[in-house]
Structures are given as C-alpha cells and as structure tokens.
Design a protein around this ligand. Structure first.
Ligand SMILES: Cc1ncc(C[n+]2csc(CCOP(=O)(O)OP(=O)(O)O)c2C)c(N)n1
Length: 533
C-alpha cells in the first residue's frame, strides 16, 4: 500500500516537478524526510527569496515549479513574492505545512489558522484538503490551476500527519495520469476582422507585452511588424516584466510612457493600436488625459479574460497570443505602407566619477555577452538599461511586473538554474537588493554563476523623483548612507568588489561574467540625484 507522500512524489515526477524551492520548518519535515535522489531541494534562507527563486525558475523554464513553505509565518513572509508571481504570471505550486489534524481545532502552536485565507487574494486557488487521502488530488488540481492560462500561483496547506496516511491508490492512479491543456485559439471571426482592420489602417502601431515572450510568439511578432510595417513600442516598464520584441529592431521606437495622458500623446497619429500580450495599460503614476489619441481604435490580444474585461478602452480578443499572431500572419500579406522611421541612438552619457546610471549602463553594454539574460531591479536606471542594452533575443529580460521589490537577486538565481548555458546578469539598486538579499547565500552555496551589478547611489532615488512629482516635500527615510552591498555579499560567501569609473566597471564585469565557478558581485558608486536615460 502506498502512502499519501509516495503517491504525491509520483505525481510531482509525472509533471517533471522534481526541483523544490523551500525553507523548511518542523511542519514540513515529514514531507522532506529521505527525499528521493531524483529530487533537488534548493534552500532559500527567507521565504520572499524562496518564492522569487521559484518565480525566476518557472518563467525561464516555462514549467510549473514547486515552492514549499513553513506554515503561517513562512506563508506570511512569502506573500510579497506570491504577489509578484501573480503579476508575472509565474506558474507556481505553493505548498505549506500545517499542524497535525488532531491539534488544529485546539489551535496548538504553529497552527495556520484559516490557512487558505492568507494567500487567497494572490493565488488562483487556495485550499486545505478535507482528508489526508485528498492531498494528491488537491496538489494535482493546484498544478493544473497554476499551469492553465493565465498562469499563476496556486496554494495548498497540508497537515503534517497526512503524509504517512494510506493513499486511495485507485483514485491516485487517475490523478497522476491526468493531463490538462489550456492553450486556446482565439475566435477565428474576431481575428479575421482584426486582420481586415490592420490591412485597412493608415498608420497602425504594435504595443508589445510580456506574454509575447512567455507564449513563444516572438518570431511571429517580428514577422507581423515587418510585413505590416508596424511601429513598435514596448508596454510601459512596470508591466513589461519580459521584453516582447527585439529592442535593436529598426521598427522598435521605445518604451511607452506609463501614464494615461503621456501614453495617448505618444501614440498620436496612429489610427489602430494593436496591444499584444499586455494589459491595457500598466499605468503608474496618475497623469490624466484622453485614453486614446483622437481617431484611434485599440485592439488587445490577451490570454487573460480578466485583463480583457478590465481594460478601460478598446476591443479585446481572448486566446493564446502566439496562436493569434500565427493566424494573423496567415491572413495578412505585405503592406504597401512606409516602414516607420528608426529612432536614433541614445546620446553620450555624462562622464565623471561617480558615474550616472546611463554611463554605468553603457559600461555594462560594453561587457554584454550576446546571449546574456538581464534580471533587473534598479528602479531609477531601468529605462537607461533598456536603452543602452537594447536586448534582442527572446527570454533575455526578467523584471517584476508588480513593482514589488525582493524579486531581483532571487529570480536571477532561479533563472540561472533554469538556463545554465546562458550568462545571467542581475542589475540592482542597493536599496532593492536588501529585500531578497539572502538569495546571495543560495547563489554561493549552489555555485550559481550569476553576475550581480549593484548601483550604489546611497538613496531611494526613484522615491525622491516621485516625491517631487507628487509635490511631497520633506519626506523622511529616502537616504541610504553607508549601505555597502559588497561587504554584505562577502558575508554570504559571494566574491565581491567595488569599482570606479566606466573602464574599470566594464573590465570587472567581463571577468565576473566569464567566471563559471559561482556568483560574483560588482558594486559601483553612482552620483546621487541623477535621473537619466
Ligand atoms: C516590497 C517593496 N517595498 C517598498 C517598495 C517601494 N520602493 C519602490 S522603489 C524603492 C527604492 C529603491 O531603491 P534603490 O534600489 O536603491 O534604487 P534607486 O531608486 O536608487 O534607483 C522603494 C523602497 C516596493 N516597491 N516594494
């Protein structure tokens, strides 16, 4: 007779989910005891980092990924990361331990009271099985929820005495054998109508979102833009957790401003705005204005019915983005329209030491490997990074779509574990680095060769920009004097150095990227108060 645990391990194997990201407590030990050798346990030292690593791994591998947490306090620490994973559409199975069933009603120590309520707003499904025998089916259901579009985290709380119980083997066999597929073709008539509108438009434009990359629609998005002579903008940076279009392409014009009025102003002159794989739009801050430029229509292609329903303007077509792009290519030939005028190269960055964010990003561009992957959490230099690197291969950029900090270091570790053949470079503000800092230990302990670049400007610069924008004078707590991430990194066993000036920065980055035996961290002082692109 098989136990609940044995059946569950077989279920995880059947889904190829043999890597577990976790931080253990007493309530998880019965699941982890004598973990079979075909499973890998990646230890994170704090739960926000654990979820961030799994988020990066899930996105970069395209596979649903298992996170195991410690009852209420572990789930509590993880919630910021689960919020990020929801915005990133990361398919995560999140499990947490729970008191033994005989002691839940009396609320013995470590009982996760109302376990399903904690993560509920941030997951697609939150559950605690009614019986031990239901654990495999509950975990299977969470895996299916996480994997179906729009993908995202799903949560199961598991009483620790369930694992040793006898499984219902007949039911379990069905549970393990099931597969669920959810890639849906959009309404063919709606796509035909859209193709007709595109062909007839005088000056259409494409807004490229993260789901182009996630769905595998990259090449078709490029082919559509070229064939239809579309100018292309990236969806605003906060929602652009992944890049959906090559940023060195002559049709690519830049990142759409993230506010209502300026976005409409930027799109003035276009009569048809095609938004692919993005919400409409991830606005922030609030700068009111018309939602669309005069005379323009908007059509959104999205896999997410919620995203379609909440868009404030335009039409939406729901279905798989890559399938939609493929169908549009079948329906549309070469357009006679003029190709858009290419944008110029960014200006020379201001020189000097300490450097500006732009000159640091230019120095990074000099060292950039052609197959490099950027994991980005550098609020005031994100635009500079995009402008200077002009990343142009799929799967090359990961950023937290929610804006929640604590993603960068951890996600970089997960991305590198999922993509061992490509160099991962994680660019961080020194303030942002603190939220997921413990993931540095995992990088060192598991010899994950990420290059971390820390921009040290001794302040929360982006918040100073927001304070000025909001007219909020005299805000306390925006300065970070004395924070030395290189020193912290060394304590986590990551070789780290501080460098000065663009040449030394490029050289040290080249060496760090070439190192294969584990992570390296390079920190560079930046001038404060310099917002540049
Ligand atoms: C979990 C979380 N807490 C707080 C914030 C608010 N926040 C946004 S940007 C930022 C400062 C980031 O500072 P740093 O990384 O040094 O970058 P800089 O702004 O200097 O470029 C803070 C605290 C957030 N986004 N997420």
């Amino acid at each position: 007779m098989a136990t609940v645990r044995e059946v569950t391990l077989d279920l995880l194997r059947a889904h190829g989910m043999t890597t577990i990201f976790g931080n253990p407590g007493s309530t998880e030990l019965p699941m982890l005891a004598q973990l079979p050798e075909d499973f890998t346990y990646v230890l994170g030292l704090q739960e926000l980092a654990v979820v961030g690593m799994a988020d990066g791994f899930a996105q970069a591998s395209g596979r649903t990924t298992h996170v195991n947490l410690h009852t209420a306090p572990g789930v509590g620490n993880a919630v910021g990361g689960i919020f990020n994973a929801q915005a990133n559409r990361s398919p995560l199975l999140v499990t947490a331990g729970q008191q033994v069933r005989p002691q839940i009603t009396m609320e013995a120590n470590l009982t996760n009271r109302e376990a399903v309520k904690g993560p509920e707003p941030y997951v697609k499904w939150s559950h605690e099985p009614a019986r031990a025998q239901d654990v495999p089916a509950a975990i299977a259901r969470a895996i299916h929820h996480a994997s179906l579009p729009p993908r995202g985290p799903a949560f199961v709380s598991i009483p620790m005495d369930d694992w040793a119980q006898q499984a219902d083997e007949q039911t379990a066999a069905h549970t393990i054998a099931r597969t669920v597929s959810g890639r849906a073709t959009p309404d063919p008539a709606a796509l035909e109508q859209l193709a007709g509108r595109l062909a007839a438009a005088a000056n259409p434009v494409l807004i490229a979102g993260p789901d182009i990359d996630a769905s595998g629609g990259w090449d078709d998005a490029v082919a559509l833009a070229e064939r239809q002579r579309l100018a292309v903008w990236a969806t605003p940076a906060p929602g652009g957790g992944r890049i959906g279009f090559p940023e060195s392409h002559p049709n690519f014009l830049g990142i759409l401003p993230p506010a209502i009025g300026p976005a409409a102003e930027t799109l003035a002159g276009h009569d048809l705005i095609l938004v692919v794989g993005s919400s409409v739009f991830p606005y922030y801050p609030y700068i009111p204005g018309p939602l669309l430029p005069p005379g323009a229509g908007l059509v959104q292609l999205t896999c997410d019915p919620g995203e379609a329903a909440r868009a404030p303007m335009g039409q939406a077509i729901v279905g798989d983005v890559a399938l939609a792009l493929g169908r549009l290519l079948e329906l549309l030939g070469e357009s006679e329209r003029q190709a858009p005028a290419p944008r110029g190269a960014p200006g020379e960055p201001a020189q000097g030491d300490p450097m500006s964010g732009s000159s640091a990003m230019s120095a990074l561009a000099q060292a950039w490997p052609s197959d490099g992957i950027a994991v980005v959490e550098t609020p005031s230099s994100t635009v500079a990074l995009r402008n200077r690197l002009r990343l142009s291969k799929p799967g090359s950029y990961y950023f937290s779509s929610s804006g929640g900090l604590g993603f960068g270091i951890a996600a970089a570790v997960g991305v590198q574990l999922a993509q061992p053949a490509r160099p991962v470079i994680c660019v961080l503000g020194e303030g942002s680095a603190q939220y997921g800092i413990t993931a540095l230990w995992t990088a060192a302990a598991y010899k994950v060769p990420v290059t971390f670049l820390v921009l040290r400007n001794q302040e929360y610069m982006i918040l100073k920009w927001f304070a000025e924008f909001e007219g909020a004078a005299g805000v306390p707590g925006l300065d970070l004097a004395g924070l030395d991430v290189a020193a912290i990194a060394r304590a986590y066993n990551v070789p780290a150095q501080e460098v000065h000036g663009p040449e030394e920065l490029t050289e040290s980055l080249r060496r760090a990227i070439a190192a294969q035996d584990g992570p390296r961290l390079v920190q560079v002082p930046l001038a404060s108060g310099m917002w540049l692109d």
